[in-house]
Design a protein around this ligand. Structure first.
Ligand SMILES: O=P(O)(O)OC[C@H]1O[C@H](OP(=O)(O)OP(=O)(O)O)[C@H](O)[C@@H]1O
Ligand SMILES: Nc1ncnc2[nH]cnc12
Length: 178
């Protein structure tokens, strides 16, 4: 069985969560299984190293599930991990962006000195739906002077066309159907 089929079969599928009309795709069953988690991380590292000519300086993880993937990937690649958090949770000087996602409005922040001008960044998150979160992350990276090389996800919902909003290429392992 391919990595993609193996990981896809483990995703939790929850119709009408957190609200009617949204089918929530849950990555936690993958993380519960150490073989599956290892397969996931190895797949993502292999993808990043074979599809980007430049090695990233920074892995940016999005609050909250991007935090479960980003630090492991950054340690394996030998680069920095930087979190983008929901509003009001990061100390010190921050850059702020408001954004709209699949089920509501939110605010993202990054610490102003976390990315140095000219650094190459890869964004990691569990899932792209409308692309609102990833687009907002891209805006914060730009404000910080960084350059986004790629947006990387476990799950993509390409029928929502979220990837078309982004300022760099994107990749997801598993594609969800409409
Ligand atoms: O492409 P979008 O429409 O922006 O949706 C995708 C985002 O939504 C989810 O996070 P959520 O904001 O629900 O936060 P959580 O990780 O704290 O649950 C998911 O983890 C992505 O970050
Ligand atoms: N359908 C979905 N499943 C899991 N997380 C999400 N975040 C936004 N849309 C989602």
């Amino acid at each position: 069985m391919s990595d993609v089929t193996y990981l896809k079969n483990l995703l939790g599928v929850h119709p009408n969560f957190p609200k009617k009309g949204v089918t929530f795709l849950d990555i936690f069953p993958i993380l519960r299984n150490p073989i599956a988690f290892e397969t996931l991380i190895t797949h993502l590292i292999h993808h990043i190293l074979t599809n980007n000519e430049i090695k990233p300086d920074v892995i940016v993880g999005l609050d909250a599930r991007g935090f479960l993937l980003g630090p492991i990937i950054s340690m394996r690649l030998g680069c920095s991990f930087v979190p983008i958090r929901k509003g009001g949770k990061l100390p010190g000087l921050v850059e702020v962006v408001k954004y709209e996602k699949e089920y509501g409005i939110d605010e993202f922040e990054i610490q102003s000195d976390a990315i140095k001008p000219g650094q190459n960044v890869i964004v990691i998150d569990d899932l792209i739906a409308t692309g609102g979160s990833a687009h907002a992350a891209g805006e914060l990276i730009k404000k910080s002077g960084g350059k986004t090389l790629e947006y990387v996800f476990i799950v993509g919902l390409p029928f929502l066309k979220g990837h078309e909003k982004l300022d760099a290429k994107s990749y997801w392992i598993v594609e969800a159907e409409d």
